[in-house]
Design a binder for this molecule. Structure first.
Ligand SMILES: [Zn+2]
Length: 382
């Protein structure tokens, strides 16, 4: 609040107008995506290893995509900012860009202007929206990448028509997002949806967050790899298949390899997916008890295992759901949009702030035209 006021008073009149327009557009977002202008926008997904930028139209169709590596964590925040600006400028040479949406792997504050913390980047309380809007001269929207992916799955993917949706992203850890009545629930401080750190096993595996027994220690890519490596390191007979495959180098066991072997029917790998699928179902039942959505969308790299993961999750969900048999059961669906979901969602959310800008822009154009006419007439008279 104080930052708001400060900026309005300190900046020039023009800057104050811009600020008010942006926050006005933000408030407007709560109304509807249905009335947002049908214009192409740019969505940017900033992950731990790569930055993906794309132009997306109003139907969620990707018109062009650019990819680059995420700048080194040790580098200053400015380097990431420069990367984003370069990508947007490159895309706007070929497309009409009306707004830019950023989905970042990190905590974004509740009014979505600052990145509070990003584990893979050097952002610490970074006023990203303001910085980028100043440089790009179009409205900018910043959100957490799980929120943007959930939005995309709701609008164009596995959750179409399900306005009460919970997305669970199984990558190295667990990311999540909540959509209620077609609106992203971010919590008072913007950090809702950190499902991965709900405790499911008291005194269980130590988690990087400092606690023990977090959900993501039992149902994630890291959990999958940890279990497989443990079995292989112990030279367990069930692990012979995978040991052969990596030539005895236990460190070479990865999530995609386990998925591949499970698909080919390797019993240990199938069992590992049953384990993490079961834990997934238990966690989903807990979330259903708290949030009661109509649909859970499972995304992230681990979801590539499809039914090997989803079937045990559904079974465990049914066994664990509170009030089972007496309530409608939420649907559990695999995400449809793949690794582009975060980018598409960021672009679509950006359309919600694009309208105000367009109007302001049109007004500005009209004003110039009027001045032009007056000036032209004066010129003709004299
Ligand atoms: Zn944790």
């Amino acid at each position: 609040m104080s930052a708001n006021r400060e900026r309005v008073y300190r900046g020039s009149a023009a800057r104050a107008t811009v600020w008010r327009n942006v926050s006005g557009a933000e408030r407007r977002e709560r109304r509807s995506h249905l009335t947002a202008p049908r214009v192409p926008t740019v969505g940017i997904d900033i992950g731990g290893t790569k930055v993906m930028a794309g132009v997306v139209d109003a139907d969620g169709v990707i018109l062009e995509t650019l990819r680059t590596e995420t700048p080194d964590k040790s580098k200053s925040p400015k380097v990431v900012e420069d990367t984003i600006v370069e990508l947007v400028l490159d895309l706007s040479e070929r497309h009409d860009v009306h707004a830019v949406g950023i989905g970042a792997a990190g905590w974004v504050d509740a009014d979505r202007s600052r990145i509070l913390f990003a584990p893979h980047l050097s952002w610490r309380d970074e006023p990203l929206r303001e910085r980028l809007a100043d440089r790009l001269l179009v409205p900018v929207m910043v959100d957490n990448d799980a929120n943007t992916a959930a939005w995309a799955e709701w609008r164009f993917g596995a959750g179409r028509g399900e306005a009460d949706l919970v997305m669970i992203t199984l990558g190295t850890g667990i990311g999540g997002a909540i959509l209620e009545d077609g609106q992203v629930k971010r919590g008072r401080y913007g950090v809702a949806g950190e499902f991965g750190h709900m405790q499911v096993v008291p005194g269980g595996h130590r988690c990087a967050c400092g606690n023990r027994g977090c959900w993501e220690q039992y149902s994630s890519g890291n959990a999958l790899v940890r279990e497989a490596r443990e079995l292989a390191a112990a030279d367990s007979p069930v692990a012979y298949g995978i040991i052969d495959r990596v030539g005895g180098h236990v460190g070479d066991i990865t999530g995609p390899l386990i998925t591949e072997l499970a698909r080919a029917g390797d019993p240990m790998c199938v069992e590992l997916f049953q384990d993490i699928g079961q834990w997934l179902g238990v966690g989903i039942a807990n979330l259903a008890a708290a949030l009661d959505p109509s649909c859970f969308v499972i995304g992230g790299g681990v979801s590539a295992a499809d039914d090997l993961l989803i079937t045990p999750a559904r079974e465990a969900f049914r066994r664990t759901l509170t009030g089972r048999g007496y309530r409608p059961e939420a649907r559990i669906a695999k995400a449809e949009l793949g690794p582009e979901a975060g980018m598409v969602g960021a672009a679509d959310l950006a359309r919600l702030v694009a309208r105000r800008f367009r109007r302001a822009n049109r007004r500005r154009v009209e004003r110039y035209e009027r001045y032009g006419r007056i000036y032209g007439r004066q010129g003709a008279d004299s």
